[in-house]
Ligand binder design. Sequence first.
Ligand code: SF4
Length: 289
Amino acid sequence: MLALSAEGILPKVDYAIFADTGWEPKAVYAHLDRLERKIAKPAGIPVLRVSSGNIRKDALNPEHRFASMPLHVLNQDGRPGMTRRQCTGEYKIKPIKKKVRELLGHPYPQRIPKNKFVEQWVGISTDEFHRAKDADVKYMRNRHPLIELGWTRTDCVRYLASIGLGNTPKSSCLGCPFHGNQQWRNIRDTSPQEWEDVVAFDAAIRQGNARANASGNRLLGQAFLHRSRVPLDQAPIDHVTAAEWAARQQELDPAEVAEELEEGVVDGCSPWACRGDAEPVQDDFGLAS
Ligand code: SF4
């Protein structure tokens, strides 16, 4: 959408906002720098980077109140569960709202006059229109320009390739428990350092987050990043799931989609369309909050 706006295909936006969880893959930060330098700056669109902290550090810091990631849990009685997902709200939506309030001239806790609002564009394509939602505050009104253009995911991918951004990576935390096997394999096979990082994090959260442990609210079970509930470096990530096959078929049709974009199968985490919404998050089983 930023490129479409910069090119004048969509109206010019006043700002682009990136909510940084502090734990994106290197490729995402490099891409953001490139977008800013080559597209946003020349078009006079400021890219605002906002943050509530570093999700990885916070999870491991016993002093820090941690907004939990959706970890896969194996309870003491062997039943599977999942911790509640609070991270998108804390690390993405909250800092964006804070910035928007500042831009409107009414930082928290000031009241915002009724008729003052921003129009916020959310980049959802027609094949995921069910993720399009209204904002939950009156000072932000969501629009979905890609849906209005009638663009599918393939249209977006083709457009990105046409402007030299065919290798656009998906934004999401490096160690997001919603990753599918393809994303885990991609980290393991292309970035040994980042793989080491996620494997170490996975081991460190086995007993839950550090603050809960320090305060005596221990997790009554074990937590894992991989959905198999097996330590990440032993998890069956080479298994190609039925969902992955289906996604591959969808992605590679039509066949002219550039091969380099095949990695685009992986989902990202967007503040108002987090893929966590597609995941049936179960109740906490025996979890201390
Ligand atoms: S990418 Fe995953 S871990 Fe990161 S904020 Fe989104 S849901 Fe949470």
